[in-house]
Design a protein around this ligand. Structure first.
Ligand code: GAR
Length: 252
């Protein structure tokens, strides 16, 4: 059984989707062991409690003001050191950043090389990733650019910001009437499906990283089996959308 820690700073819907995949028996051979947050008031903490998953708050740089760059760096390093100690103590195999609003330093990246994944709500990480590109800012930039499609990317974390080897991407078409909020909503649905798939590929040791690129072994009908297993989760997502009136019920 592999042990996963999720790092989240906010709402935590990706965290919940991963937990749901394990609860529904879709994500196999994986236990969500720990939630780490750098915001003591993150709603994700309540989700962890509901699911009896321990959470740890480690103060980072989020929401704090620093007089000098060095002070900021020191606070970041202190977060990283405490996080590495906790991850080692908890025998964590894989870390999933899910709406984690803080750049990780070299120490933690090196200690968990190719064992930290991140999700970003865009496909073009050169244009719509990097420092300061998070949440709705990403979608506003995509709309402003006139791109016809966007989506989400799961990648391993390296020393660049949003530039590590890409594991999986999903595409969402941009509608002419989209606002950053409507685009974010449709992409989030794909995020919730795609992150668990990437995590399962990692857990199943189907991913190799060579020369900064990801190679996936899809042999043995892996994807078909995954799609079949994931159907109940997709149905539950659609039921929620129906309840919210976001889907039109087909005529009987
Ligand atoms: C998600 O859309 C995620 O892709 C994005 O923040 C949101 C978190 O939502 N991450 C970034 O922008 C990172 N650069 P959640 O808290 O509901 O999972």
């Amino acid at each position: 059984m592999k042990r996963l820690a999720v790092f989240a700073s906010g709402r935590g819907s990706n965290f919940r989707a991963i937990v749901d995949h394990t609860r529904m028996g879709i994500l196999e051979n994986l236990e969500v062991t720990l939630l780490v947050t750098n915001d003591a008031n993150a709603p994700a903490i309540a989700s962890a409690r509901e699911n009896k998953i321990p959470s740890a708050y480690i103060e980072g740089v989020l929401g704090r003001k620093f007089v000098t760059k060095q002070e900021r760096e020191q606070a970041r390093n202190e977060f990283d050191e405490k996080a590495v100690a906790l991850l080692k103590q908890e025998h964590i195999d894989l870390v999933a950043l899910a709406g984690f609003m803080q750049v990780l330093g070299h120490g933690i990246i090196d200690a968990f090389r190719w064992r930290i994944m991140n999700i970003h709500p865009a496909k073009d990480l050169v244009r719509f990733g990097g420092r300061g590109m998070f949440g709705e800012r990403v979608h506003a930039a995509v709309l402003k650019s006139g791109m016809k499609e966007s989506g989400c990317t799961i990648h391993y974390v390296d020393e660049s910001i949003d530039g590590g080897p890409v594991v999986l991407q999903s595409t969402v078409l941009v509608e002419p009437t989209d606002t950053p909020e409507t685009l974010a909503e449709r992409i989030l649905i794909q995020e919730h499906r795609t992150y668990s798939k990437a995590i399962q590929l990692h857990v199943d040791e189907k991913i190799k990283v060579a020369d900064g690129k990801v190679l996936i072994d899809w042999s043995g009908g892996w994807e078909e089996k995954w799609n079949r297993r994931q159907e109940p989760f997709i149905c539950s997502q659609m039921q929620k959308q129906l309840k919210q009136g976001a889907l039109v019920k087909p005529a009987a």
